[in-house]
Design a binder for this molecule. Structure first.
Ligand SMILES: [Zn+2]
Length: 255
């Protein structure tokens, strides 16, 4: 039993350990090219949260990882088989309820750890945060914590070399042989501003990728995944350690 994982711990242990920071992971259930499981984002973010929490806990940080939310925003994949979808407004309702519970229980710090590119929590946390001003609400996506180009050769953002390597490290039993994977080729927008990255429009997955992947997974390896996992979990642990120590009322540095 890991005392920093709510799903595994018990009321006896909870009464013995004060919780300063709650961690909520949020993934998705969606097709990941031909070779990765639908719950790839959930396996990844749960493993990252557990390992980061362990690293932080071992330094004395008082934290608790809540059960993962397994469905994310997949409006762009509406036509792809069995891609599940929660609308952002549903996510807002869920977040609101969870933050209300934490606030009532006197846990005033939350790290919302995102595992899926379609989830976008900034606007939601602005709205929830306005109702609970005593809360420190922080969010990051695991894929933004370190510079991925230091670990991987091929660019991508879905079922790519990075995700395939991570899964080969975390759950190799669920990864099909790489010969089964498509190349993850992405059709780019005809709009110059979108190609240049200064305008945005949601990608319509069926029009963009033939195999649902974006990014070539062929150079993935468990070894690359392990190195990346170590770096990401250390970054997240560092954030949790600082969040444990900070005073919500004094969260900015003096000039
Ligand atoms: Zn994914």
């Amino acid at each position: 039993m890991r005392p920093y994982i709510l799903a595994e711990t018990n009321w006896k242990s909870i009464k013995e350990h004060q919780t300063e920071v709650a961690v909520l992971t949020w993934g998705a259930t969606e097709a990941h090219n031909f070779h990765l499981p639908y719950a790839t984002d959930n396996f990844q973010i749960e493993a990252i949260a557990a390992e980061a929490a362990k690293k932080a806990w071992d330094t004395g940080a008082r934290l608790l990882v809540l059960p993962n939310v397994p469905f994310g925003v997949n409006t762009g994949q509406a036509e792809v088989d069995l891609c599940m979808n929660l609308y952002p407004s549903t996510q807002l309702a869920i977040l609101n309820d969870i933050v209300e519970v934490l606030n009532r229980q006197g846990i005033h710090k939350l790290l919302l750890l995102n595992g899926h590119g379609g989830n976008n929590f900034k606007a939601l946390l602005r709205e929830v945060g306005a109702k609970y001003p005593e809360m420190l609400l922080v969010t990051t996506s695991f894929f933004q914590t370190v510079d991925r180009t230091e670990f991987f050769e091929e660019p991508g953002d879905h079922a790519d070399e990075m995700e395939t390597s991570l899964m080969l490290h975390i759950r190799p039993d669920l990864v099909l042989p790489l010969e089964e994977a498509g190349k993850g080729e992405e059709k780019k927008s005809r709009l110059t501003a979108i190609r240049e990255g200064w305008a945005w429009s949601e990608r319509k997955w069926k029009m963009v990728s033939a195999d649902t992947g974006i990014g070539n997974p062929k150079k993935a390896s468990a070894e690359k995944g392990k190195k990346y996992f170590e770096a990401v979990t250390q970054q997240v642990a560092n954030l949790l350690i600082e969040m444990d120590k900070i005073s919500n009322k004094d969260r900015y540095k003096d000039l």
